[in-house]
Design a protein around this ligand. Sequence first.
Ligand SMILES: *Cc1c(COP(=O)(O)O)cnc(C)c1O
Length: 408
Amino acid sequence: MITYDDELQTLLDEEEARQKSVLRLIPSENIVSDGVREALGSVLVNKYSEGYPGKRYYQGQAVLDKVERLAQSRAKALFGAEHANVQSYSGSPANMAVYMALCAPGDTIIGLGLNSGGHLTHGRNVNFSGKLYNAQPIEVNPETEALDYDEIERQCIEAKPKVMFIGTTSYSRAFDFARLRDIADKCGAYLVADIAHVAGLVAAGVYPSPVPYADAVTMTTHKTLRGPRGGMILCKEKHAKAIDRTVFPGIQGGPHMNQVAALAVALKEAATDDFKAYSRQIVDNAQCLAQCLVDRGLRIVSGGTDCHLMVVDLRAKSVDGKTAAIALEESGIVCNFNAIPYDPNPPMRPSGIRLGTPSITTRGLKTEHMPQVADWIVRVLDHIDDPSIRAGIADEVRQFLAQFPYNH
Ligand SMILES: *Cc1c(COP(=O)(O)O)cnc(C)c1O
């Protein structure tokens, strides 16, 4: 409680009430444990630690060196990695550090296009990755809406990229990392896997791990990994020095050591059987929700999901993604509008919405609840011009969620 700042405390209370009373289906969001929040609010927030354990630029690091080494060793053990850098402020700076370590401005890079599921940092023209590098997008197959590895191989052999930067924010299918390694070797590229979204699923073993195959693996720590907002890089020992040097002093100054401590907590949690069961449940819930939506006449991009998220094509309901996302929020269901591959509609009014199950699975929802979730979504879409339907569903959602705890 911030007793001397009523104005801000009121806002925090409002946001807490909102988070507890709505179905949060944004796949990049989650609910961290009380332990993670305690570490974030710990005295470590008061300390500067530029450099790495044993090589700092400020005194007073005896404890912080141990904290950072703890996070590193937990990360390496959990993912089976040779080296871990736990200092990236978030996913985008982690990606920037890896680009800077593995290639130079002007070099060719390959990443998934935005409508195929790629992230801004995989070569979009509005992002540093598209401005500094010669970015060549790869797209999913228009029919299957899945990656066509033969086509990627053909494209990579022609483009000869220095780096293949492979990861997604909305592609719902598992990657074939062994095949991508093979393609990278054939075209002489470094392979980087950006597992920002699926990091927790990879840690739990319910989604394929790129760690044995990729030169480097980047991730956010706040999505399915359920840790503090932040980024992390795993890499082969041969890239460790270069990547450490681009994180600090290349891009960043002092690490946020409270965030590093909170990451250590999250990594300990992610090594438990409870977390494995949680991750399995995330995928079960997503697959069940996808099937329930299909049963109600909607189409899932690529036909389904192998992970925690899906993109729903809304054209059968004659509603665009933005209109749907706003109506759903008024109904207590929070998601985001999203393009479908080769979307005929403009980016601000795309044809789809993106849904994910990490947060609702943390609340405790199981597959038995997915038909209800799908029913609410479809009712909103089927009565898109009826505000009373939305208010009624928002109430139903609030009452339903009251039985599920928020803190854990
Ligand atoms: C979320 C995400 C990022 C960026 O993470 P930020 O922490 O928002 O900078 C990078 N890559 C992918 C694939 C992501 O989904």
